[in-house]
Ligand binder design. Structure first.
Ligand code: DNO
Length: 357
C-alpha cells in the first residue's frame, strides 16, 4: 500500500508540500495540473510540477484527475479532437513516470453535497453533508450557486468555473441521453485510450458517482458493483481499472464496499483507493465522518484488510477530512483531519501486516 495525499498545486493549495511530507508514512501525491477538460497538458509544466514534488521528497505517480471533456461523454463529433488530446496527455504522463490516471465519467456534475460545512453537534467540527430532502425545489443551477458560495474561495474539484459557465447549455445537451447512450460513448473513449495506456504502462482508474445514485435525472452509470463489472468489460484490459472510493460507493448502504474491494481487487482491477468514512443519517442522507470506524458507518478495518488481501500494492489516499481545529481550507481537503486519517489508516495497516506476517 502506498499512502498518498491529494494536492492541488502551489498556486491553489494552501498546504505546503513540506507539511505533506511530515505526515508519517506519506510517500507521494495524487496530484494534477490545473487545466480545463480537453486540453493537452504541456510537458514542461508537468516536469516542473514533478520536480517540485520530488524535491519535497514525494512521488507523483498518480494523477487526479485528467478530466474527460463533456463532448466525449455526449458522444458528439468534436469528441475526437478531445480524445486525441487525452491520448497525447497520457503519453506525456507515461514518459514522466505516472502509473495511474484517475478520472470519472459523470455527466455535468462530479460529486454533489447539499452542505459543505455541516457542524457535527458532538464535537463542533464540520464536514461535507448530503440530504436529498434539502435539494427540495433546488434545481442544478441553484445547487451550483450554493456550492460556490460555500467553497471558501477555493476552486472545488469537479466544480471548475469553466465547467459551470456552460452549465445550462450542457444540461440541455443531456436531454434524452440514456445510460445506454452514455455507456456507448464511454466504450468509444476506452477503446481509444486503453491501448495507449497498455503501451505506456498507465492504468486508468474510474471514480464512482458520488453520491451513488442518479441526480437531477442525469444518466449515471458508475455507482454499484454491477456498474463497474460492466465498465471493466467495456474494454477488457488490466489498464481499465476502478478508483475504488469507499465514501462514494458507500453512500448507498446497498453497496457492500468491502465486497467490492475484494471483487475488483481479486480481478486486479483496482488502480487506486480513496478511503474515507461516512455516517448514514437516513434515506439518501449522510455526512462525512472522521476515518475512525466507530465514528461512521463503514468498517475501516475490514476495508484495509480487503486491500491487504487482494490489492496490497495499490495507492491509497485518506479521502475527505472534516474541518477541525478551526482550520480554514478547501472543503473536504484541509490538512489536519486528512493527516489524522492517514495516520489512522497506517496504524490499521501496520496491525494487519503484523498479524498476518
Ligand atoms: C471529490 C473527488 C472527486 C474525484 C473525481 C475523479 O472530492 O473524490 O472529485 O477526484 O471524481 O475524477
Amino acid at each position: 500500500m502506498k499512502m498518498t495525499f491529494r494536492w492541488y498545486g502551489s498556486q491553489s493549495d494552501p498546504i505546503p508540500l513540506k507539511y505533506v511530507k511530515q505526515i508519517p508514512g506519506m510517500t507521494g501525491l495524487m496530484g494534477l495540473l490545473d487545466k480545463p477538460a480537453g486540453v493537452d497538458w504541456p510537458e514542461d509544466e508537468f516536469r516542473a510540477l514533478k520536480k517540485e514534488v520530488n524535491d519535497a521528497g514525494l512521488a507523483i505517480e498518480v494523477i487526479e484527475s485528467v478530466n474527460v471533456h463533456e463532448d466525449i461523454k455526449l458522444g458528439v463529433p468534436s469528441r475526437d479532437e478531445y480524445i486525441d488530446n487525452y491520448i497525447s496527455t497520457l503519453k506525456m504522463l507515461g514518459r514522466n513516470g505516472v502509473k495511474v490516471v484517475i478520472y470519472n465519467f459523470m455527466p455535468v456534475f462530479d460529486w454533489l453535497r447539499t452542505d459543505l460545512a455541516r457542524v457535527i453537534p458532538e464535537d463542533g467540527s464540520n464536514s461535507l453533508y448530503f440530504d436529498e430532502k434539502d435539494l427540495g425545489e433546488m434545481g442544478p443551477l441553484e445547487i451550483v450557486k450554493k456550492t460556490a458560495e460555500g467553497s471558501q474561495g477555493f476552486t472545488l474539484p469537479g466544480w471548475e468555473p469553466e465547467r459551470l459557465a456552460l452549465l445550462e447549455k450542457t444540461l440541455k445537451q443531456y436531454e434524452g441521453v440514456t445510460g445506454d447512450d452514455l455507456r456507448k460513448h464511454y466504450k468509444y473513449f476506452l477503446d481509444a485510450v486503453i491501448p495507449v495506456c497498455e503501451e505506456t504502462g498507465i492504468r486508468m482508474a474510474c471514480h464512482p458517482d458520488d453520491p451513488a445514485w442518479p441526480i437531477f435525472g442525469l444518466p449515471r452509470i458508475a455507482h454499484s458493483m454491477d456498474d463497474f463489472d460492466r465498465i471493466v468489460k467495456l474494454h477488457d484490459s488490466p489498464a481499465n481499472t476502478v478508483c475504488l472510493c469507499t465514501g462514494s460507493l458507500g453512500s448507498n448502504p446497498d453497496n457492500d464496499v468491502v465486497a467490492c474491494i475484494r471483487h475488483f481487487g481479486t480481478m486486479n482491477r483496482i488502480g487506486a483507493m480513496h478511503v474515507r468514512n461516512i455516517k448514514f443519517l437516513g434515506y439518501h442522507h449522510f455526512r462525512e465522518a472522521s476515518h475512525l470506524s466507530a465514528d461512521g458507518s463503514l468498517d475501516m478495518y475490514a476495508i484495509m484488510k480487503a486491500i491487504y488481501d487482494t490489492c496490497p500494492d495499490t495507492y491509497v489516499r485518506p479521502d475527505h477530512g472534516r474541518m477541525i481545529w478551526d482550520e480554514k481550507g478547501r472543503p473536504g481537503y484541509g490538512l489536519y483531519d486528512r493527516a489524522l486519517g492517514a495516520a489512522y489508516l497506517n496504524g490499521v495497516w501496520e496491525a494487519i501486516c503484523r498479524e498476518n506476517a
